[in-house]
Design a protein around this ligand. Structure first.
Ligand SMILES: NC(=O)c1ccc[n+]([C@@H]2O[C@H](COP(=O)([O-])OP(=O)(O)OC[C@H]3O[C@@H](n4cnc5c(N)ncnc54)[C@H](O)[C@@H]3O)[C@@H](O)[C@H]2O)c1
Length: 702
């Protein structure tokens, strides 16, 4: 087994160490053991004048094994292994391709020379996982390119391409053609020029690149870009040590810092989300024998905001997709919108004009249902109306081929009832995309009691080419995400009626870590959209005269959000910058007076607690009712669909960070102030606090 992972071959006086650990050459314990043996083998070969390190498959090492994160520290092992590469008495060349991340790049930094295929990308994403590069990266990189550039890469945490890597100076050459051969030729050329080993550890950091002023600038930047987090500051401290400490001591200091970082909430949270996202396709109650159906063609009904975004997802995956709309005019508008989506990508350099054309050729429009008869999956994305949706599904039932999956993108309607409009409810499922559908990674997959296992598997698998993170939900009002949104948004709106300026509410939430304050979200989505949902669901809402009344008051005053330049905020035409608007304040105050809402002052803590506690509380109900398969899925929904900070791990992880008793006490505190209508703790939360168990305990035992 180990023999297969790492092989040593010889081309005359050059030894080539090749690693093959599909799919992405993760640096597992077995790979490290294989590399150590490879080095032993190389040491035993006579006459080797240079060593090339490369990987088979789609990429050079894509990074360390996060599965080892919670185990015993591995830094010492990395240190010894990388030290052996660096200490080799002959030149060592890393020949790289694909996406070289984290530990993968750190291995390359320990080699003496670095070359790469065109298109290779390099990055140190550790700070986004709450840690710092821990395999020498914080000590070698500044020695190679200076402390300032090292920090740019470490704090930037985004991959750079080969050209940038050349400019940064940690890459020596870009090599066209076969990389294996290119590595050997590069080695020969070095030898021909009499070049020997070039050990990064023997350099010192240029002090001009690490002045107090430079570090101050990075500290300020880190605080701005990574609020509420310490890993970026720890990384700065580690890089700073590279100027002060000899290399060996610097490595030990890095080791201490990285192991400290691993114990922080932000790193445990980020690792939790990382694995939670990889676990969402595991569905314990689905029969093993249920196989996904192949999806080679698709259709979308409705060429509006969502329909277009969904069609683009299919075209990006090279799955031909037909969009159907009700009139030539709306169809043309939709197809124009597709063009604009791709145009923007071309403008931003993310797509070539040729690729744009190629993708657009996968999308065609129609007004005729019979054009959908060969689609393997049909996704309905028309207005949120049960009557209309049922009509569409009845029509689909007539034209869709047997075994086609019939999906709805509804946000709130009962998928079971929609399915009843067909004679094949087993083939009906919810596919709840988020706006913009071609950008947002979350896909809630909503099953009804009738949805077949095969259909669920089909959609869970289809989400791979569509590049979505699927989370399975049982049908209920709002599914997982929007159902939890209810209390969160309700409190935000209630607080503006109590006199909190919209900006105060949004800022408190944003400073806490939400990607965007909820009132700004409503302005962006259209406040009227929410109001229509509230009206359609009035019969299920609690008897609270103030319920979502901020939204109602604004819409009644003609304030629909960004679309007409005024909502909770005011906007200049074509500009999304939020401006405080006294007129909005007056509308909200008038409604509060009318409803006799007592005015109060709000601290940032109160704002966050009143929004986040109901969110968590509903999460517990969702778990108890088995709407979600597991609490990690709830966390994925909120981190990938609603801008909940990954460094807090999602609402359920955050609840455990706060302590369940703290959450319960908080809910009870607000129940005392505002009454029980909205502040009833979920029975599961109460039970866990009473029995002193964690969510994980409950999940294992139930
Ligand atoms: N906009 C969002 O943020 C969002 C997010 C998730 C889910 N959704 C859901 O997605 C669905 C679509 O929302 P949207 O925002 O894209 O709406 P939209 O108003 O932008 O688009 C609806 C499209 O459907 C077309 N249409 C209407 N009746 C039709 C019919 N009978 N046959 C064919 N086409 C018809 C319209 O012409 C229009 O192009 C709704 O169910 C909504 O709840 C919306």
């Amino acid at each position: 087994m180990l023999k297969d992972l790492v092989q040593v071959a010889r081309q005359a006086d050059i030894a080539v160490i090749s690693v093959d650990n599909p799919p992405v050459n993760t640096i597992t314990a077995a790979v490290r053991a294989g590399l150590a043996r490879g080095l032993d083998q190389v040491a035993g070969l006579a006459g080797v004048k240079a060593v090339v390190l490369r990987c088979e498959g789609g990429t050079f090492f894509s990074g360390a094994d996060l599965g080892e994160f919670n185990g015993p520290p591995k830094e010492a092992e990395y240190r010894a292994l990388l030290g052996r590469f660096e200490a080799l008495p002959v030149p060592v060349i890393a020949a790289m391709h694909g996406t070289v991340l984290g530990g993968g790049l750190e291995i390359a930094l320990a080699c003496h020379y670095r070359i790469a295929a065109p298109g290779t990308r390099f990055g140190l994403p550790e700070v986004t996982l709450g840690i710092i590069p821990g395999a020498g990266g914080t000590q070698r990189l500044p020695r190679l390119i200076g402390a300032d550039k090292a920090l740019e890469l470490i704090l930037g945490a985004r991959p750079v391409d080969a050209d940038e890597a050349l400019r940064y100076g940690f890459l020596d050459a870009v090599v066209d053609g076969d990389l294996g051969q290119g590595g050997v030729e590069y080695a020969r050329a070095l030898l021909a020029r009499g070049r020997g080993p070039r050990r990064t550890s023997e350099h010192s950091v240029d002090p001009a690149t690490g002045t107090q002023e430079i570090f101050d600038r990075f500290v300020a930047q880190a605080k701005e870009h990574y609020p509420n987090r310490v890993a970026p500051l720890t990384a700065i401290e580690a890089v700073r040590a590279s100027l002060r400490l000899p290399f060996g001591e610097g490595l030990l200091h890095e080791d201490k810092l990285v192991n400290g970082a691993k114990t922080t909430v932000e790193s445990r949270a980020a690792v939790h989300v990382f694995f939670a996202e990889r676990g969402t396709r595991i569905i314990p109650d689905l029969s093993e024998t249920a196989r996904p159906r192949p999806v080679t063609t698709a259709a979308v009904i409705g060429a509006g905001t969502m329909g277009v975004g969904i069609a683009v997802c299919f075209a990006n995956a090279a799955i031909p997709v037909t969009i159907l709309d009700i009139s030539e005019e709306s169809l043309t508008q939709g197809l124009d919108r597709v063009d604009r989506v791709y145009q923007t990508m071309v403008k931003r350099g993310r797509l070539t004009p040729d690729e744009k054309q190629r993708r657009m050729r996968h999308i065609r429009g129609t007004l005729d249902y019979t054009d959908l008869s060969d689609a393997d999956v049909i996704i309905e994305a028309i207005f949120e109306s049960m009557d209309l949706k049922r009509k569409i599904f009845a029509a689909l039932d007539r034209v869709a081929k047997p075994a086609a999956v019939l999906a709805t993108n509804t946000s709130t309607l009962d998928v079971t009832e929609i399915a009843r409009a067909t004679k094949r409810p087993q083939d009906v499922v919810g596919m709840h995309f988020f706006s913009p559908a071609n950008v947002m990674p979350l896909l809630e997959v909503v099953r009804t009691p009738q949805t077949s296992a095969e259909v669920i598997r089909t959609i869970m698998e289809l989400s791979r080419p569509l590049k979505k993170t699927p989370v399975l939900a049982n049908v209920c009002y709002g599914f997982i995400g929007n159902r939890m949104m209810e209390g969160y948004a309700r409190e935000a709106e209630r607080m503006v009626l109590e006199g909190a300026p919209p900006r105060q509410v949004d800022s408190a939430l944003e400073q806490w870590g939400m990607a965007m304050g909820i009132l700004a979200v409503f302005d962006m989505a259209g406040i009227d959209v929410g109001v229509n949902v509230h009206k359609a669901n009035a019969d299920r809402y609690p008897p609270d005269a103030t319920y979502y009344q901020a939204d109602f008051a604004l819409v009644e005053a003609g304030r629909l959000g960004q679309k007409n330049g005024k909502g909770y905020y005011r906007y200049a035409a074509g500009d999304r910058t939020r401006h405080d608007d006294p007129e909005a304040g007056a509308v909200l105050r008038a409604r509060a007076t009318e409803l006799q809402v007592p005015q109060r002052r709000h601290s940032a803590d109160e704002i966050v607690e009143r929004c986040i506690y109901p969110l968590i509380n509903e999460g517990f109900r969702i778990l108890e009712e088995r709407v979600a398969l597991r609490s990690a899925d709830v966390d994925v929904v909120w981190t990938s669909g609603y801008g909940f900070p990954r460094y807090r791990g999602g609402p359920m992880f955050h609840a455990e960070t706060l302590g369940l008793e703290t959450v319960l006490a908080g809910i009870e505190k607000y129940r005392t102030i505002f009454g029980p209508m909205h502040w009833q703790p979920a029975p599961l939360l109460v039970e866990l606090v009473r029995s002193g168990r964690s969510v994980a305990d409950w999940e294992h035992s139930s």
